[in-house]
Write a protein that binds this ligand. Sequence first.
Ligand SMILES: [Zn+2]
Length: 178
Amino acid sequence: MASVFGHALVGATLSKILDKNQVKLLLVLAMISAILPDIDVLAFKFGYAYEHWLGHRGFTHSIFFAIIWSAVLSLIFGKSKKMIFFVVLFLATISHAILDAMTTGGLGVGFFIPFNDSRYFFGCRPIQVSPIGISKFFSEWGIRVILSELLWIGVPCAVVLIFKRINQKYSSTKKSYS
Ligand SMILES: [Zn+2]
């Protein structure tokens, strides 16, 4: 995993740039969805091995899970905005697996579970893998994770959000002149 902070930041950024109505509920759901896949660490407690399809980076990190999860949430909470809810929540959920596939450690991500149990990493893996468990996070390892995520997740998200702000300002100035 990347850390909870890295994942949540990507979820929030996706909601901010894609939802022109800036629905607060969608922002919160996107952050939750971006963190949720790591609920599978509980599988260790139930005795499932990492490489099992229900193990860590397995089913809850798959494209199939992201589709089902975002469809259910958009049906329950989307009201007249089901489509944008679905798009944002799907991207937020799958962003988790994409970030994990760019980390330096652990097993790869089971993108195609339940159809194919293979695990995958991307060719480019600059993000320092985050420790599992809070106590290990408060260590030198945790600091390395935060620094790596600031660079590889924080900076791109900030750039995108700043660009959106400038673009918004520009279009509102243009409107006031027309
Ligand atoms: Zn994960």
